[in-house]
Design a protein around this ligand. Structure first.
Ligand SMILES: O=C(O)CCC(=O)C(=O)O
Ligand SMILES: [Fe+2]
Length: 188
């Protein structure tokens, strides 16, 4: 594969781009990173105010600054894999652990205040496949679903956060745990 090959384009828009590579890293590597991160990361459970109620965020979270060399080795290795597909000066990685089908992330766009304009977000998936829903922000909403495979990479450009929403819905299907690594360039 040549450097910075284009992935499959998931949206058709003049400025928004969401690209998908089903196998940015091989299955054995994705499995090894999943096992290591599940064990080594100090996963935390967060609470957020939602409609004036204090509710548990339905997944576990962690975060590392990429300059932090105490980050587990798979984080640094994953950063190198991501660099083969997207050239961006990532500074931060947010980790999500979806323990089962009850864990989810609601439809959202990533917080713009936490992104440097024109820099992308790269999501590397490990563990069980989970479905992502992508909708337009404009009405009438059009919706698409993509099953994120272990070892896959999904890259959303900055403009996609202005025109689309994404989320990982709950599922009643029996699914195993999944970890996603969200690489971002955060303002300093
Ligand atoms: O787990 C995923 O693939 C999506 C995570 C996400 O959207 C986020 O962390 O903002
Ligand atoms: Fe997101």
């Amino acid at each position: 594969m040549s450097l910075l090959d284009a992935g499959a384009a998931l949206v058709d828009h003049p400025s928004a781009r969401i690209e998908y590579w089903p196998q940015a890293c091989d299955a054995a590597t994705a499995d090894a990173w999943f096992d290591a991160l599940l064990q080594q990361v100090p996963w935390r459970s967060d609470r957020r105010m939602m409609y004036e109620r204090d509710v548990a965020v339905p997944r576990l979270l962690a975060h590392y600054a990429l300059a932090d060399d105490t980050a587990p080795a798979p984080i640094r290795a994953a950063r190198e894999v991501v660099a083969r597909f997207v050239a961006a000066p990532f500074t931060s990685v947010g980790l999500n652990l979806y323990r089962d089908g009850d864990d989810s992330v609601a439809m959202h766009h990533d917080r713009l205040a936490e992104l440097v304009p024109d820099q992308p977000i790269a999501l590397l998936s490990l563990g069980a496949p989970r479905c992502m829903t992508i909708t337009t922000q404009a009405l009438p909403r059009t919706t698409q679903k993509i099953e994120l495979q272990p070892g896959s990479l999904l890259v959303m450009n900055y403009a996609s956060q202005l025109h689309y929403l994404h989320g990982i819905p709950k599922t009643k299907a029996p699914v195993g745990p999944r970890i996603s690594l969200a690489f971002r360039v955060r303002p300093t």
